[in-house]
Write a protein of this length. Structure first.
Length: 103
């Protein structure tokens, strides 16, 4: 079992910022570990599952810009996405870039 001091960087939280940092720091060749309290990725979109939860920013603003392929693959169904779709997007990104292995 590895200890946190075995990594170049430790990120707290697997929300949108944590997922991005994990991807970015990997591309720089750093060893990275994400510490997440929840059983899944998505941060606030994982935890807040109340009826009607949705984004008040246009869905496209939630799209990561680091991958043209990812942008082409994902099509938002609404201008202001609801929580389930945002969480699906976070999970899609985690799968596509194999992020879970470092969470």
């Amino acid at each position: 079992m590895q200890h946190l001091d075995d990594f170049d960087v430790v990120i707290v939280g697997a929300g949108f910022a944590g997922l991005y940092m994990l991807h970015r720091l990997r591309t720089l060749g750093l060893s990275v570990r994400v510490c997440e309290a929840g059983s899944g990725v998505g941060g606030t979109w994982f935890w807040n599952r109340y009826p009607g939860a949705r984004c008040d920013v246009e869905s496209m603003e939630y799209s990561y810009q680091f991958s043209e392929e990812l942008q082409q693959q994902w099509e938002w169904t609404e201008r202001y996405a609801a929580q389930p779709e945002i969480l699906r997007y976070a999970n899609h990104v985690a799968e596509k870039f194999d992020l879970r292995r470092d969470i």
